[in-house]
Design a protein around this ligand. Sequence first.
Ligand code: KQY
Length: 386
Amino acid sequence: MAKKVSLRNPSELGFHMPAEWEPHLQCWMGWPERPDNWRENAGPAQMVFANVAIAISKFEPVTICASSAQYEKVFQMMQHKLNIRVVEMSMNDSWFRDTGPTFVRRDGKSSSVFQEQEVAGIDWQFNSWGGPEDGCYDDWSLDNLVAKKILELERHTRFPHHIILEGGSIHVDGEGTCITTEECLLNPNRNPDMSKEEIEHELKIYLGVTKVIWLPRGLYGDDDTNGHVDNLCCFVKPAVVLLSWINDESDPQYERSVEAFSVLSNATDAKGRKIEIVKIHVPGPLYMTEKEAEGIIESGHAVPRPPGTRLAASYVNFYIANGGIVAPAFGDKWDQEAYDVLKRAFPNHEVVMVQGSREIVLGGGNIHCITQQQPALPVVDVKNNI
Ligand code: KQY
């Protein structure tokens, strides 16, 4: 199939973004390296990235992209892992949720005018979560090519978009609903010339959704991303949302969780359903230690990560694989309860908690932020036209 750049938008061509729990062809990940964001030359983070990749590979194939400097090391680590391939790709950092494409799918039902099933990708603009004044690092030119490179490798149609948007700032239910946060998408450091209505319109025509639920703010302390929704809440299935919660009313997270609870409980989704909210307690609170901060080499090219910083840690920052949930564990008293909540929320999935995920949150995100699912083509039942 010839590669294409589409000048029309995805939804008018019959595409929509599927829910994360729909079948995947594979998962894409980057590889951490920069010593001004990852302590001890990224060694501890690399071990956890490797463990995340191995955990996901039990459920679906994984492609790890690593720079030329790191390629051989990652290849050696993964060469006996059957479901993991390693390809060379340059990048400024390793947050493929945000720099990878947002995959969309056309189901090609024979009842539709669009007969051909296809997976394609949206290539949003990326500005390091805030541009020259407010971004996390000052050169994101390689990150801005990641989505294009992945779509080229896969020979998938690319839908370029001029809007600055990261994949971690949106969640969809695959049935017409998107959840996002005003704190991120309306932040003047992203698209200062666009109104809320204009941004919502672009979400609708690119993601193929008809309803956008705007939460005011994301997780407390998630300053790197300006409050990505994927650290605060996510869909578990249509009309059911898992929400980061804290019982301590004096904690600054409490009012954010209550605020989101209130918006969600007064909202209906694209199909007019009320939304059930399942609470999942945040770990900690956790803070960057002196020792951890000492291991980060300040370069003047990335935001400093000082000791005492409240870590934007949450259990909703997990990846839904084919039949598996790969979730962060922090060695915290709330880990077991998080496992129990996830197990109840996903009774048909195996829940795997990756120990040591604190290393990823030290860099500013977690498992959802470092992964990107590529949907599989749907199996069409020709006989029954579905
Ligand atoms: O959480 C994310 N989606 C990305 C975090 C970026 C942190 C950069 N230091």
